[in-house]
Design a protein around this ligand. Structure first.
Ligand code: 9UX
Length: 72
């Protein structure tokens, strides 16, 4: 079972920031596809909740020096 989640990402200041996050997310088990948008400060993630949860995603993003939260 796959789900789609949108995260609000804080702290990205150039296009390479978005690419860094995208690359790391796309390497994770349980993430099929992640796209990060600098202009809208968001990440859209297609993932498998049984393997990857939103807390893991947020931790990965924070390790890179940015912040993220689930969009309401
Ligand atoms: Mo751009 Mo982002 O030089 O961490 S990559 S500011």
């Amino acid at each position: 079972k796959w789900e789609q989640i949108d995260l609000a990402v804080e702290g990205m200041t150039c296009a390479a920031c978005a690419n860094r996050i995208e690359k790391v997310l796309n390497k994770q088990q349980g993430i099929q596809k992640a796209t990060v948008n600098l202009a809208t400060e968001s990440a859209s993630v297609h993932y498998q909740p049984s393997i990857m949860d939103t807390g893991d995603m947020i931790n990965r993003i924070q390790k890179l020096g940015y912040d993220a939260k689930v969009k309401e």
